[in-house]
Each structure stands twice: as structure tokens, then as C-alpha cells.
Design a protein around this ligand. Structure first.
Ligand SMILES: Cc1cc2nc3c(=O)[nH]c(=O)nc-3n(C[C@H](O)[C@H](O)[C@H](O)COP(=O)(O)OP(=O)(O)OC[C@H]3O[C@@H](n4cnc5c(N)ncnc54)[C@H](O)[C@@H]3O)c2cc1C
Length: 569
């Protein structure tokens, strides 16, 4: 539990003492609160907003993020949010929504995704498929879930004001959003999940590196966002219903995602360099919607905003001693590929088990240094993929002739369709991006440098080489291999190696770790691994593989930072 009104050796009275202070209750901070809550680690999350996001923001939850939600028991709850279960999730491209359809990628509905996943193989052998749901719904669910844990305190209406760190702890001050009151907080660790304008990153003096300011006809430059309600859209829309509608014409490039499948949409229009959306009115919002849709239907504007597309930025460092940055605070994406929030969740997962293990005294504090070593290269990788997708769609030039009536226009639209169909498969069928994150350079994993699979956006090559996601398979139609993993550590083996696995697990338990052995029927275990055991981390990444562990204590010391049993606190 969070304790109150303690006093430190500093004379400031500490009103809240907590293990982890998290600045920011976006998806990153809230996911971290869930990871810590599940492990009973006292955590305080503060965010100056009144509650979770009103605007839809991210639209896509990638399959790997859904697997993490499944791991923490939330995937069914999340899959029920957003679009109705039978609503199509296609991505479709039009000159204007009411005019010519140019290209379409058909994807399963939420209901089909739940049924089909256990029959999928190869790149898509997974516990979950992606889910098209607005971030606002995910955030609300993550908040409700995080608040179930007695060790969590989620305070909306409060921000992190400042902090200093000592070798033993972090002293911070949180203040109410109106600035009228403040509370001193002492924490063992501070995580800045406080978004692109991160105060934590600024106070640490860490800069974003990478590239920004890319200009493209689409997805490079200012974007005007309208969160709108237009129930009549479905009445007048002449094509098959989709989830993501993209307009490709010389006048206004737009993407629009369905938020609830009933008439709410997140509409994002590219702004021309000579336009000033800062002064746009409600009438301008209607004009922009008409331009892109070719439809004159009533719309209710729920909110508007301006954001910049064209970032590919990663912070130079993710850690300064007891303080970490994660999510948008650590990296900033152009939203092509839908990777910003998903990478933020991945950061939280990585931090969660490590912080808990160190705080409980099971792992050496130096385990925390591996967070930056593992996640910063992923930030660079994923922002790179997002930029590649932005170039792929944004540099395609839509000319006036694309809307010509007759054979010339038809021919141009056919050619555009070929380009956009290829692009849609490149940007929206990305098992390699979502499952292929690897930590080969991490000191925690025993990666074999001769066996690292190719990193490719559209293809995922399952590999048990330590450093990557545990290859997935179904044990039965409804039971994923992942459902049987221990919440913390698992030694995976077949009957043939179960005796060695039991010894290895016993050594981990002797170091205080939660380790279970999972024996898999040999016929289900993929051929190249015959007889080999795998040590699987709490985040389902493989840390070690081998036939017999000659030095099990050293394995646990490396993969978990485990302290020898006799080591003092
Ligand atoms: C139009 C658009 C579409 C997108 N689509 C996708 C998509 O499909 N898929 C995807 O993965 N990503 C997408 N993204 C990106 C995604 O929205 C972000 O990457 C995601 O919100 C990052 O989560 P976060 O928790 O790191 O930061 P945020 O969501 O920004 O949360 C940070 C929180 O910190 C709070 N905060 C700020 N200062 C303080 C302080 N001093 N103390 C305490 N709290 C503070 C803020 O109030 C905020 O709530 C999209 C973004 C945009 C703009």
C-alpha cells in the first residue's frame, strides 16, 4: 500500500511514499500501473487531465499489444471495445469517399479475428490478431483495471512539478492541475510517461535525436484533426463499409477512422503549407470534411486540433539513474503503421517486470540498465518503419487528372489503385514489425548471433533464438501456448528434457524468482528445437536456450539479474 505522512532525512515532510511514481496516465503510464499492480508494487500515477483522453488518438492496437493485454487478462475486454464485433475493419482508399474507390485491404472483423486466430500459421501464428479500437477506449479500460489494485493510486488532476534524485530515492513534488496545492512524494523510481513534451525528459536534459520536419503531400506537415459525429455517412456512402477511409485527391488528403461504427469518426486532414489552421472555424471544419468526402451531410464537430506529421524521433537516453522515460516521452512517431502507442505499451511491459523484480530485491538494481539497452533500439527501429510507411503513402502524388471522367481518368485510377493496394499491404499487414522486436544486444539474453532472423516488416520468422518473442502455437483450439506460461519465469521443455528443466527451475526458485516448468508435447514443439529447453521471461521473450544448463546459477544471474541466495539486500 502507499503510505502517507512519513518524514525523510531531508527536512521536507513527505506526504506520499511509494515505490514507483509515474508521470502520465496515457497508455504507457496506465499499462505500467497494471504491470506493477499485478505484482503488488506500490505505484502512484499522476496526470493533469481531468480523466482519460476524450479524443480518439491512436486507432490500432497491434497483435503484440493484444497478446500483452491477453497476458494481463484484458484482451477480451479490449476486443469488445470500439467497433461492433461484426463491423468491417477494411482499409480503403478513394478519390473522395463518395466518389471512386481506388484500393482496399479486407481484414477480419473482431468476431472473425477471435474465431480465425487459432487456425492461422506462419507469420500470423499468434495468440491474438490486431484490434481496431480508439486509444480513448483502451485508456479508460486500462485505468479501470489499474484502479482495482490496492497498491495503485491513480490521481487525475495532478501533475509532476519537479524532482531531484539521490542515490537512494527520488524526491518529487506533484501539484494539482490548477496549481493551488502541492504534495511532496518520495519514490524509489520515477517514470516519465508524460508524452511528447515530457517534463521528465526536459528536466533530465535529454534531447530527442533522429529526424523531423519531413514534408509530404500526406503525412508530412501540419494535420487538422476533427473528432466528429456523422451518422448519415452510412446512408450516403456508396461503397462497402470500412474502418479506415483514406481520400486521395489533389485538393485534400485525409484519413478517417471509424471510432464506434455508429457515426463517430476521427478525421485527419493534411494542411497545405500556405494554410493557417490555427484560425479555422467550425465552418472550415465542415468545408474540409466536404472536400475530402465529396458528401454534403450534416456533421457535428466534437473537437478539433492540430498536430504535426513527419517526426521520426528517439531520445538520446532513456534513463538517468533512478529516472526513466517511456512512450512518447522517449520517441515520437508519424502515425503510419500505428506504432506510437504500441511501442509505448512495449516500453511499459519491459519496465514493469524489471522494476518489480528489483524493488522486491530479487534482481540486482543494475537490471534496470537493460531497459534502455533493449527498448531504445526498438524506438529507432519502429520510428524507422513508420517513416518508411509515411514515405510510401505520403510521397504518392495525387494529381487533378486522377478525378477525370472517362478512360484517361479510369486508367490513372487503375494505376493509383495498384500503388495503393501494394502500399496498404505494406503498412497494414505487419506481423514482422509487431512480433519481430528483438533484444539481441541486451546483456540479459543469450542470443546466438549466427541465428538472428531477418527483420522484415511484412514477414515474421518465428525463432527460439534468445532475444525474441517466444514462437507461438496453439495447444488446443482455445488454448494458446502463452496461456500456459507462468506470469513471471517459465522453463519450457519437452518430456525428454524435463529433468534438466526441473533442476534449472529449482535454481531460479532458490534465488527467490517465481519459476515454473512447462512441459510441451514433443509433437507440438517445432522441429529445430528438439530436446532444447527455453527460459522465457515475464514479457514472453526467450532469454536462454540449451539442452542442459551446466551453470544454472549464472543463467539466472544474467537473464534476471538474480542475486546469489546469500547476497545481502
Ligand atoms: C492522429 C494520431 C493517430 C495515431 N494513431 C496511432 C495508432 O493507430 N497506433 C499507435 O500505436 N499510435 C498512434 N498514435 C500515437 C499515440 O497516440 C501515442 O504514441 C500515444 O498516445 C503515446 O502514449 P503515451 O502514454 O506515451 O503518451 P500520451 O498518450 O501523450 O500520454 C502522456 C500523458 O502525460 C500527461 N502529462 C503531461 N505532462 C505531465 C506532467 N508534468 N505530470 C504528469 N503527467 C503529465 C499528459 O496529460 C498525458 O495524459 C497516433 C497519434 C496521433 C496524433
Amino acid at each position: 500500500m502507499i503510505s502517507s505522512t512519513a518524514t525523510t532525512h531531508h527536512r521536507t515532510p513527505i506526504e506520499i511514499q511509494v515505490d514507483v511514481l509515474v508521470a502520465g496516465a496515457g497508455p504507457c503510464g496506465l499499462m505500467l500501473a497494471n504491470e506493477l499492480g499485478l505484482r503488488g508494487v506500490p505505484c502512484l500515477v499522476v496526470d493533469p487531465k481531468a480523466t482519460t483522453a476524450f479524443n480518439p488518438q491512436a486507432n490500432a492496437t497491434q497483435a503484440r499489444t493484444m497478446e500483452h493485454f491477453r497476458r494481463i487478462g484484458m484482451s477480451s475486454q479490449i476486443r469488445a471495445l470500439g467497433l461492433p464485433a461484426e463491423h468491417p475493419t477494411d482499409i480503403a482508399y478513394f478519390t473522395r469517399f463518395a466518389k471512386h474507390e481506388l484500393a482496399r485491404l479486407r481484414l477480419p472483423t473482431a468476431e472473425q479475428a477471435t474465431r480465425q486466430i487459432s487456425k492461422m500459421s506462419g507469420s500470423w501464428s499468434a495468440a491474438e490478431l490486431p484490434h481496431r479500437v480508439s486509444q480513448k477506449f483502451v485508456e479508460a479500460a486500462l485505468r479501470t483495471n489499474a484502479e482495482r489494485f490496492a497498491t495503485n493510486q491513480i490521481r487525475f488532476g495532478w501533475r509532476l512539478k519537479e524532482f531531484v534524485q539521490t542515490p537512494e530515492c527520488v524526491h518529487a513534488v506533484i501539484e494539482s492541475a490548477d496549481g493551488s496545492s502541492s504534495i511532496p512524494v518520495q519514490a524509489k523510481y520515477l517514470v516519465g510517461a508524460d508524452g511528447a513534451r515530457s517534463r521528465v525528459r526536459a528536466q533530465l536534459g535529454i534531447e530527442y535525436g533522429g529526424a523531423t520536419g519531413f514534408q509530404r503531400q500526406f503525412m508530412g506537415g501540419k494535420m487538422f484533426a476533427i473528432y466528429l459525429r456523422a451518422p448519415d455517412f452510412y446512408k450516403f456512402f456508396p461503397h462497402d463499409i470500412a474502418w479506415m477511409y483514406v481520400s486521395v485527391n489533389h485538393e485534400r488528403r485525409v484519413f478517417m477512422a471509424s471510432v464506434d461504427g455508429r457515426g463517430e469518426f476521427a478525421f485527419h486532414a493534411a494542411v497545405h503549407p500556405d494554410e493557417t489552421p490555427e484560425s479555422w472555424t467550425h465552418e472550415d471544419a465542415l468545408r474540409i470534411f466536404r472536400e475530402a468526402s465529396g458528401m454534403d451531410i450534416p456533421i457535428e464537430v466534437l473537437s478539433t486540433g492540430i498536430w504535426i506529421a513527419g517526426h521520426s524521433l528517439v531520445a538520446g537516453k532513456y534513463q538517468e539513474d533512478r529516472v526513466f522515460i517511456a512512450g512518447d516521452a522517449a520517441h515520437l512517431f508519424t502515425p503510419t503503421g500505428g506504432l506510437g502507442y504500441n511501442t509505448a505499451v512495449g516500453d511499459a511491459v519491459n519496465l514493469g517486470w524489471k522494476l518489480a523484480s528489483v524493488i522486491k530485491g530479487l534482481s540486482h538494481p543494475s537490471l534496470m540498465d537493460s531497459y534502455e539497452m533493449e527498448r531504445r533500439p526498438i524506438g529507432i527501429r519502429n520510428t524507422g518503419y513508420a517513416k518508411h510507411f509515411a514515405d510510401s503513402v505520403g510521397l504518392f502524388a495525387a494529381t487533378e487528372d486522377l478525378e477525370l471522367a472517362g478512360p484517361t481518368g479510369d486508367n490513372l485510377r487503375r494505376l493509383a489503385g495498384e500503388v495503393l493496394n501494394a502500399h496498404a499491404r505494406r503498412e497494414f499487414n505487419i506481423p514482422g514489425v509487431t512480433f519481430g522486436e528483438r533484444y539481441d544486444a541486451s546483456p540479459l539474453v543469450f542470443s546466438d548471433p549466427m541465428d538472428i532472423p531477418l527483420d522484415s516488416a511484412n514477414e515474421y520468422l518465428p525463432s527460439s533464438n534468445p532475444g525474441g518473442r517466444l514462437p507461438h502455437f496453439w495447444l488446443s483450439e482455445s488454448c494458446s501456448l502463452y496461456d500456459k506460461l507462468n506470469f513471471e519465469w517459465t522453463v519450457l521443455c519437452t518430456e525428454q528434457s524435463s529433468r534438466h528443466a526441473a533442476q534449472l527451475a529449482a535454481e531460479g526458485r532458490a534465488a527467490g524468482l517465481s519459476v515454473e516448468v512447462l512441459v510441451i508435447p514433443a509433437q507440438l514443439w517445432s522441429a529445430p528445437d528438439d530436446g532444447r529447453m527455453l527460459v522465457v521471461r515475464p514479457d514472453q521473450m526467450v532469454a536462454w536456450r540449451g539442452t542442459a544448463a551446466a551453470h544454472p546459477r549464472e543463467i539466472w544471474a544474467r537473464v534476471a539479474g538474480a542475486r546469489p541466495a546469500s547476497s545481502p539486500g
